[in-house]
Ligand binder design. Structure first.
Ligand SMILES: O=C(O)C(=O)C[C@]1(C(=O)O)C=C[C@@H](O)C=C1
Length: 169
């Protein structure tokens, strides 16, 4: 059982429809993180750094969970922008149409390029004599782009669909 709690302050929570609180996909996040993402940038073996590793895993999982569950707020904004359009699909409980309505491929492409660039800029090894080595990064920037393409954005959209399906309850 994965229990990573998100703490939104009270005023933020009131922006959402109350049933939004019941949406929690931390189990899916745990699964892709441990089974698919970690093997992309770790090597098998035991370096003995258990405490540091656990702390870093926890930070990553919390950051991912927060980012993905923010989809509730994005969905609320989208609903308020076009209530009629979304309501028709919600009344029909049509998740596929909701998914189409809330998807913006051009934005997704921009996000992927931006996170890859960020991983290049902030993931450089900086030494005194050599500020920034363009060849060596702490994490392969293309994996960061893939992380968003294959898991972060799809799961953010899943949260949005789940939220919208219950938005008129
Ligand atoms: O920007 C939006 O409209 C979002 O819903 C966020 C997001 C994302 O996760 O970054 C998700 C779906 C869209 O297709 C584009 C981007």
């Amino acid at each position: 059982m994965v229990t990573i709690n998100l703490k939104f302050d009270k005023s933020a929570a009131q922006v959402l429809h109350p049933t939004g609180a019941s949406i929690n996909i931390n189990k899916d996040i745990w699964d892709f993180y441990t089974k698919q993402l970690l093997p992309l940038f770790t090597t098998a073996g035991d370096d003995g750094n258990y405490a540091n590793t656990a702390q870093c895993d926890l930070q990553c999982l919390q950051a991912l969970s927060r980012r993905i569950h923010y989809g509730k707020f994005v969905a609320e904004v989208k609903f308020r922008d076009s209530p009629e359009e979304y309501s028709t699909a919600i009344h029909a409980q049509d998740g596929d149409t909701l998914m189409k309505l809330l998807t913006f491929k051009n934005v997704e492409e921009m996000v992927k390029r931006r996170v890859e660039k960020k991983a290049m800029v902030f993931g450089q090894e900086v030494t005194l004599n050599n500020v920034g080595d363009n060849e060596t990064y702490k994490i392969d920037p293309s994996i960061v782009s893939r992380l968003y393409d294959e898991w972060v954005m799809p799961l953010t959209k899943l949260v949005q669909v789940e939220y919208l399906l219950r938005r008129l309850d």
